[in-house]
Design a protein around this ligand. Structure first.
Ligand SMILES: Nc1ncnc2c1ncn2[C@@H]1O[C@H](COP(=O)(O)OP(=O)(O)OP(=O)(O)O)[C@@H](O)[C@H]1O
Length: 660
């Protein structure tokens, strides 16, 4: 596993100007690995030269050089950090004995060595290659170096002052901040260093009380909550001697959405000209657009550990990536269902590891709808159903933080499960043994794709990536996902079927389609409404609005079984690019067929019986199944825990993805 994990690119080509590189280091490339050597003249032991023969003299000199250069080489084994007095043995022992890690990954070796010397660091390395330890080790060591008494765990409780925080780590999402905090707690368990977490969605008062009581040396949080706490004069949480600032997923934090909060956080930190500060930035992606910002944020002479070549694929070779082109939006859910069944079967037959997938959607409304539909589809994941044995969870920003944490924890510990997710888990989350990452719809940019797919194939493991796209997105793939090794896959039959046509279908396909449509008939109409409106938000960039409206109508009619689709948001045509067709009835309120949205209660039964003859035809052929037998809303408890129906959706989806 380790060998694969260390397989990072060889070249050290840098996107930043060479002046930006610390003058003390010299990049050296050797086949299949790359290391950074400090430039220092070897000090050769000469004292005994005159007493030895020439070959003896040479041997002694060589040995001395070897010994010296061994000291100068960057450390690549964790235990050597303690042997060379670079990191306190209490931290190193935790890493080697409790966490059972031995060799550093390339990014760890190339950042820990430099960061320990105090220079600012920016690191870019592929997903799942251990960047977290790359910044945690130097951060914690620096705290201990400033106050050596913290190296030992006190006999009683750990204590610190709340108004003397020494290091802050910022993460764009709550789950990631919590995950980093768990790792930091592990690393500091045998020391006196106190770690606290500050994330949105949790009770601020509780956090404040805890921090005021226990104090804090290392604070890990999301931008909004950190800003909130540091700017609150009554919080008593301060960092007047802060000497380390870490930005994980730095490119995301430098993105416009967070600029204001980050700047405000910095206003509450000491002036770096008065209190020397080390800044570290880490990410799997450092797009060109942020390079200038990075340069302005870091001190001159910073070290850029670029473990991904510019001309190299930023994803792992061991993670094959496939794109499935579906005939229409209505094919997406059947395609997912077919894929789940197939992969689950493979795992059951022992041909593959337990199926554990994350399915990403571009909006909260889609996540909610998919989670509901698959819950119905599986009959609560009951015995005898195709998806039996598979747990399913959903996660997005419209859940409470307690629900998010529960989904995330449950999925983390599940052996075989599906997580329906928005981008809240796209970056940094280290769920073990994820075998599949499935992206529905084109992600907003290349970086999102890379981070999402990085949830699989971590720490040297295998995995696969799937992308399911509509015809609208076909031409956009090459532009948005340039230079990524994505291959077309046509193995899923339900992807290619024209669901608007009536024709005989193989029994298994007909069954899949009929089960999907029946499940859609059982979900909350509000969810369908929200997802329908949301489609127009996600596809704002499509110029041909009429084609988009027609495709959405086909989805509602043939995918969801609605004879009359929900109204199209008025805003769709106001921005130009096409005109509505009033004869199709969009914009008409309450066009949910015989579904009475006003009575979308749990009473069941009255739920949109379809009078459409064509469907009747299909049913008689065994094509689209038993639409007549609607069981209302069924039992939502179980499988998805305390899920709630989330309305509102993303008609007015903002520019920002579903992040913090
Ligand atoms: N030296 C190591 N040897 C083996 N496993 C390691 C090592 N360092 C870290 N790991 C493990 O690798 C996994 C991924 O680490 P981590 O989450 O830090 O990756 P990352 O590079 O930050 O990923 P991302 O880009 O997604 O944020 C974790 O489970 C971690 O415990």
């Amino acid at each position: 596993m380790l060998a694969a994990l260390r397989r990072c690119p060889a070249s050290l080509s840098r996107a930043l100007p060479s002046a930006a590189i610390s003058p003390r280091i010299l990049p050296v490339s050797i086949p299949n690995s790359s290391i950074v050597l400090r430039v220092s003249a070897p000090r050769v032991a000469v004292a005994a030269f005159h007493q030895n023969t020439k070959w003896q003299q040479t041997a002694v000199a060589e040995a001395a050089v070897d010994q010296q250069s061994a000291q100068d080489d960057p450390v690549t084994k964790f235990k050597d950090l303690a042997i060379r007095n670079l990191v306190h043995p209490n931290i190193v022992n935790t890493i080697t004995k409790q966490m059972r890690l031995d060799e550093m990954t390339e990014v760890q070796s190339r950042t820990i060595n430099e960061a320990l010397s105090g220079v600012d660091v920016i690191a870019q390395a592929k997903t799942g290659t251990g960047k977290t330890l790359g910044f945690l080790i130097p951060t914690i060591q620096r705290i201990i170096a400033e106050d050596p008494s913290l190296a030992q765990r006190p006999r009683s409780y750990k204590r610190a002052r709340p108004d003397d925080i020494r290091a802050i780590i910022i993460s764009p999402t709550r789950e990631l901040a919590e995950q980093i905090a768990v790792e930091a707690q592990k690393l500091t368990q045998n020391t006196g260093v106190v770690v606290q977490t500050a994330v949105g969605g949790t009770q601020k008062r509780m956090m404040l009380m805890k921090t005021q009581r226990e104090g804090c040396h290392l604070l890990i949080g999301t931008p909004g909550r950190l800003k909130d706490i540091l700017s609150d004069p009554t919080s008593r949480i301060r960092a007047p001697r802060l000497n380390t600032l870490v930005m994980d997923e730095a490119d995301r934090l430098l993105d416009q959405g967070f600029t204001e909060e980050i700047e405000e956080i910095k206003l509450h930190l000491p002036d770096p000209s008065e209190v020397e500060r080390q800044t570290m930035m880490f990410s799997a992606t450092v797009p060109r657009e942020v390079v200038d910002l990075v340069r302005r944020t870091l001190k001159p002479g910073f070290h850029f550990a670029q473990c991904v070549n510019e001309d190299e694929e930023p994803t792992h070779h061991r993670v094959p990536q496939k794109v499935v082109h579906v005939t229409g939006f209505e094919n997406i859910t059947p395609t997912l269902y077919e894929l789940f069944q197939r992969e689950l079967q493979e795992a059951k037959e022992g041909k593959a590891p337990p199926f554990k997938a994350i399915v990403y959607f571009n909006s909260t409304a889609e996540v909610t709808l998919a989670a509901s539909v698959f819950y119905k589809l599986s009959g609560g994941f009951k015995r005898g159903k195709p998806l039996h044995g598979l747990r399913a969870y959903e996660i997005h920003s419209k859940l409470t933080q307690a629900q998010r944490t529960r989904s995330s924890d449950d999925f983390r510990f599940a052996q075989s499960a599906i997580l329906f997710s928005s981008d809240v888990t796209a970056r940094g989350m280290d769920f073990p043994n994820v075998t599949h990452v499935i992206q529905v719809g084109l992600p907003r940019d290349r970086e999102s794709y890379i981070h999402r797919i990085g949830r699989t194939g971590r720490a040297g493991k295998e995995g696969e990536g799937w992308l399911i796209v509509s015809p609208f997105e076909r031409s956009e793939i090459g532009r948005r996902l340039r230079k990524l090794p994505i291959n077309e896959d046509s193995s899923l039959e339900t992807a290619r079927i024209d669901m608007t046509e009536e024709r005989e279908l193989p029994e298994n396909i007909a069954k899949t389609l009929s089960e999907v449509t029946e499940s859609f008939s059982k979900v909350y109409p509000d969810q369908l409404d929200a997802a329908f409106r949301g489609m127009f938000g996600s596809f704002q960039w499509v110029n041909n609005k009429q084609a988009l409206v027609d495709a959405a109508h086909r989805l509602a009619e043939f995918g969801w079984g609605m004879p009359n689709p929900p109204p199209v948001p008025a805003s769709v045509f106001s921005g130009g690019g096409g005109r509505g067709n009033p004869s199709r009835g969009y914009g008409r309120p309450g066009s949910f067929g015989s579904r009475d949205r006003g009575s979308s209660s749990r009473s069941g039964g009255s739920f949109g019986r379809r009078s459409d003859d064509r469907i009747g035809d299909r049913r008689s052929r065994g094509g689209f199944g038993n639409r007549g037998s609607r069981g209302g809303f069924g039992d939502r408890s179980g499988g998805f825990g305390d899920r709630r129906a989330v309305g509102g959706g993303f008609g007015g989806r903002s520019r920002m993805p579903d992040f913090e």
